[in-house]
Design a protein around this ligand. Structure first.
Ligand SMILES: [Zn+2]
Length: 85
């Protein structure tokens, strides 16, 4: 049996690729700001280390829809900093 058989898979909200969660980063609203990593509430997934996926998710409003949340420019700038420094 392949080692990947039981590995959870999620869809990147940027490119719609399905990938194992270790290749993705999880975004969720935590204490007012968007944060990375596991946590309570609704999360959205992006390909790790992919500015393209972030851009697509942010610009198209897909990230906000995935989180069922209104994202401000400040949210997105903060998230971009979290992701790419
Ligand atoms: Zn992606």
């Amino acid at each position: 049996m392949p080692a990947t058989a039981a590995e959870p898979v999620r869809t990147c909200v940027g490119c719609r690729r399905r990938a194992p969660i270790r290749a993705l980063v999880r975004v969720s609203r935590r204490q007012g700001a968007l944060a990375l990593g596991p946590g309570p509430g609704r999360g959205a997934w992006l390909c790790a280390g992919s500015p393209e996926c972030f851009d697509r998710a942010a610009r198209g409003g897909r990230l906000g829809r995935a989180l069922r949340d209104q994202l401000s420019d400040r949210d997105l700038v903060g998230l971009q900093r979290e992701l790419f420094g």
